[in-house]
Structure formats: structure tokens, C-alpha cells
Design a protein around this ligand. Structure first.
Ligand code: ADP
Length: 356
């Protein structure tokens, strides 16, 4: 299938500082893609180049196969939603949504129909005649979203649109946004520095670091098989074990962690025997046992700290002189030992060798 958006070796520099560095990225029709990364990694610049608010120094941007690299915003079929989504305060909700359609020269009957459909899409059918100040923050945000969808853009760009909302409303809006995206079948390109938000909504996450793509994949793939230390640490929490490589013949790698034999997945690396390798294991992949388990990886330790967090507890286990390993456990599971001497066990596929 032809991508709806294609970035080809797109570079943008401000003076000597390179904000986006030779970016290649395809977005499929109907796909929800999130650009995720720390502040300053080039997410907004990427979005703004697709919106036409910035021009790349080199490379091409294609929209439905057409080169739009140097076209102004109003000459490309995209729309953008920002964090401060200001509705026109003196216009009704219906007028707010109709505004862009009137600019496009649609007939009033068609506009009326489209506004009605969109309001129904976000369950605001009864609010057409209200003024923006009569709506809650979440309702205004939904209106801003359908206003941006009204002219039927080929892709909707969203630049941290939820970051001003409180945590609860934000969670609800994440679900709502995803539902609207699925119901309309539109491609969404979403920018956030919030990993949880990215994991919740995206079909695919593009992790950016210093203007480059560090890794991209489904939320499950990025979380379960991070390729680099950056991704493993940026998305979720992880144990990092500094190992040496014993052998690496197939998909599994044999490692040595200070005298403990470890089997792990090779990830995106090609480790050579005798070299150092850093291993990532998620705290929830570590199981605790009262006696030696038969898991591929196991090591003895002593619980040094236990932090109760409600629906889970985080245990720090000191593995004699080698360091701490953190494990996430279910506080209601009475079979799990939570103090004193314990065994830790984890499966080979839950430990992945990282690139630096
Ligand atoms: P993010 O959205 O990931 O926080 P940005 O794309 O906004 O990152 O910025 C990427 C880099 O480009 C940063 O170093 C930022 O300081 C720089 N930058 C962004 N916009 C401008 C600008 N208009 N002028 C100069 N530097 C800019």
C-alpha cells in the first residue's frame, strides 16, 4: 500500500544545530504513529515540516505520493491540533466547526450535514448551539479535534494536545482520541514526550533521540524488545546488567554476569564472544521464588527494600556483591516471598542484549 506520508532523508538545521537528521519515515493510511522522545529531540520540528511551517534543508516530504516539501501550509492537505486549541470564543460550537468548511467554499447544506456528523462522532450532538465557555475542558478539546478533522485532511498532526489536561481527563482523552482515529480511519501523527501516552494510543511508536530515529515499532515490540539502552530506559523501567559474551551462535546469546550464567535474546546486536554486552530485563519479568526455580536464568539474593505501590510492590534484591535487581510483584500473591533470602528467575526471551 502506498504510504500517506513519506519522509525521505529529511534534514533540518537551525544554524549549526541539527534538529532533524536524515529522517526516513513512512506512515500508512489509517495508522496512528507517535513521535516519542525527550524535549529537544526533534519531534515538533518533524511535525512542523509535514505541516508546512518549517522547510527542510534537504530531503523530500511526500503526501499521498505528491512532493509537498516546499508548499505552504494552506496548499497541503494536512491539519494540526496544538496544546492550546483556542476555539473562537464568540462563535457557537457549530460555527467553530463550520469555519474551515466555509473557507473551503462548501455549500451550507453540506456544511450543516458534516458538522452534525462530527458532533455525533464525539457525542456532542446536543451542543451545536452552545458557546465554547459553556463546555468543559474535555468537551472543548473534542470540539478542537473535530474542527481539525472537518475539512477531511489526509493526515491529522497533533502536537502534545493533551499535556495541559489533568491526569484523569488526560487518560479519558487518550481513549477518546484513539476511538475517533479508529472510527474515522484517518492517519494521525502524534507528538509526545510521555511514554505512557505513546504506549496507550499508538499503532507504531517512533522513538527519537538527538534528531534521529532510535527505534520504531509497535508499543509491545518497543517495550518488550528495546534495541538500545536509550529506548530501554526511556520507555518504562528496566534492570541493566553489565555482562560479558560467552557465545552467540543462534538467536540466543550466552552471557556471564559476574560469574552467573545468563541466556538472553540477541536483540538487534551481533555480540562477539569476549566482548562486553549490556542486558535489559524488565522488573515485571523477574519472578521471585522461595527455592531454586528451573527458569533459564536464576540467581540468589536478599530483599533489601520493599516499596508498596497499591496494585504492585517493587522489591530491590541485593545479589551478593553483584548489584541490585528490581522486581515487580503482586502484593496479593502469597506464594511470592517478599523478604529475606529469595531466588530470582527470568526467561531468556525476557532478557535482551542492547546496543549502546
Ligand atoms: P522536541 O519537539 O522534541 O522538543 P524540537 O523539534 O522542538 O524538539 O527541537 C529540536 C531542536 O531544534 C532543539 O535543539 C531546539 O532547540 C531546536 N529548535 C527548534 N526550533 C527552533 C528554532 N525555531 N530556532 C532555533 N532552534 C530551534
Amino acid at each position: 500500500m502506498e504510504p500517506i506520508v513519506r519522509f525521505e532523508a529529511v534534514t533540518k538545521a537551525y544554524g549549526k544545530s541539527v534538529a532533524v537528521d536524515a529522517l526516513d519515515l513512512d506512515i500508512a493510511p489509517g495508522e496512528f504513529v507517535t513521535l516519542l522522545g525527550p524535549s529537544g529531540c526533534g519531534k515538533s520540528t518533524t511535525l512542523r515540516m509535514l505541516g508546512g511551517f518549517e522547510t527542510p534543508n534537504s530531503g523530500r516530504i511526500l503526501l499521498a505520493g505528491r512532493d509537498v516539501t516546499r508548499l505552504p501550509p494552506n496548499k497541503r492537505d494536512v491539519n494540526i491540533v496544538f496544546q492550546d486549541y483556542a476555539l473562537f470564543p464568540h462563535m457557537t460550537i457549530a460555527k467553530n466547526i463550520a469555519f474551515g468548511l466555509e473557507l473551503k467554499g462548501l455549500e451550507s447544506a453540506a456544511i450543516h450535514r458534516r458538522v452534525g456528523e462530527l458532533l455525533d462522532l464525539v457525542q456532542l450532538g446536543d451542543y451545536a448551539a452552545r458557546m465554547p465557555h459553556e463546555l468543559s475542558g474535555g468537551q472543548r478539546q473534542r470540539v478542537a479535534l473535530i474542527r481539525a478533522l472537518a475539512p477531511d485532511p489526509q493526515i491529522l498532526l497533533l502536537d502534545e494536545p493533551l499535556s495541559a489536561l489533568d491526569a484523569k481527563l488526560r487518560g479519558q482523552m487518550q481513549m477518546e482520541l484513539k476511538a475517533i482515529q479508529q472510527r474515522t480511519g484517518k492517519s494521525f501523527l502524534f507528538v509526545t514526550h510521555d511514554q505512557e501516552e505513546a504506549l496507550t494510543m499508538s499503532d507504531r511508536i517512533v522513538v527519537m533521540n538527538a534528531g534521529r530515529i532510535e527505534q520504531m515499532g509497535t508499543p509491545e515490540a518497543l517495550y518488550g524488545r528495546p534495541a538500545s539502552r536509550f529506548v530501554a530506559s526511556f520507555i518504562g523501567d528496566t534492570n541493566l546488567l553489565d555482562c560479558s559474551v560467552v557465545s552467540a551462535d543462534g538467536p540466543r546469546v550466552a552471557l556471564d554476569w559476574q560469574g552467573v550464567a545468563i541466556t538472553a535474546a540477541r536483540g538487534e546486536t551481533s555480540p562477539a564472544p569476549g566482548t562486553r554486552a549490556r542486558l535489559a530485563v524488565r522488573p515485571e519479568a523477574i519472578r521471585l521464588f522461595p527455592a531454586e526455580p528451573d527458569t533459564a536464568n536464576r540467581v540468589r539474593g536478599r530483599v533489601s527494600r520493599r516499596v508498596f505501590k497499591g496494585n504492585h510492590a517493587l522489591l530491590s534484591v541485593e545479589v551478593d556483591g553483584r548489584g541490585q535487581i528490581e522486581a515487580l510483584v503482586d502484593p496479593l500473591d502469597l506464594a511470592v516471598p517478599t523478604e529475606g533470602e529469595v531466588w530470582l528467575g527470568w526467561r531468556a526471551e525476557n532478557a535482551v542484549v542492547l546496543r549502546d
